[in-house]
Write a protein of this length. Structure first.
Length: 149
C-alpha cells in the first residue's frame, strides 16, 4: 500500500506543529522562567513539570509521525497522539487564562504563546484531516486487496 502525497503532507505538517509546540515549552522551561513555578501540585504534577513533560512528549510524538512515513502502522496512533497533544495544550492554555491551572494564571499574550498556539492549531487541523480522510483510504485499499485474492 502506498501513501498518497496529501497524507504525507498532512503527517509532516502535524509533526512540525507538534515539534514547534514542544520546543516552545522546552524553551520556556529552561530559559523562560517556568522551571521553578510550583504553585499547586496534583499527583506530583505542577506547571513546571507539565512544561517539561510537554516538551518531551512533543519530540516523541513528532518523531513517531515522521517514522510513520516509513512504518505505516505508526501513522494512525501517532496522529491520534498528536491530536490529543495539541488539543490538551490548547485546553490547558485556555484554563490557565480563565480559571487557572494548578494554581497558575496566565495573563497577556507573549510571542511564545502565539507561536505555540498557532503550531498546535496547525497540528490539530492537519492531523485531524489525516484521521478523517484515513477511513476512506482504508476502505479502498481493503476492497482492492479483497478483489485480488
Amino acid at each position: 500500500m502506498t501513501r498518497d502525497r496529501t497524507a504525507i503532507i498532512l503527517l509532516l505538517l502535524g509533526a512540525a506543529g507538534v515539534l514547534v509546540s514542544g520546543y516552545v515549552h522546552f524553551h520556556l522551561y529552561f530559559w523562560g522562567g517556568y522551571r521553578g513555578i510550583s504553585v499547586d501540585r496534583v499527583v506530583g504534577l505542577d506547571i513546571s513539570r507539565s512544561f517539561a513533560i510537554n516538551a518531551l512528549a512533543g519530540v516523541v510524538i513528532a518523531e513517531c509521525l515522521v517514522l510513520s512515513l516509513r512504518y505505516q502502522r505508526l501513522a494512525t496512533p501517532a496522529a491520534i497522539a498528536g491530536v490529543l497533544f495539541s488539543l490538551g495544550a490548547l485546553v490547558a492554555y485556555a484554563l490557565s487564562r480563565t480559571s487557572g491551572l494548578l494554581g497558575y494564571d496566565e495573563h497577556g499574550w507573549t510571542t511564545e504563546a502565539v507561536v505555540s498556539k498557532a503550531a498546535e492549531v496547525v497540528a490539530l487541523a492537519s492531523l485531524g484531516a489525516y484521521l478523517l480522510r484515513r477511513p476512506a483510504a482504508d476502505r479502498k485499499d481493503s476492497g482492492a486487496t479483497a478483489r485480488t485474492r
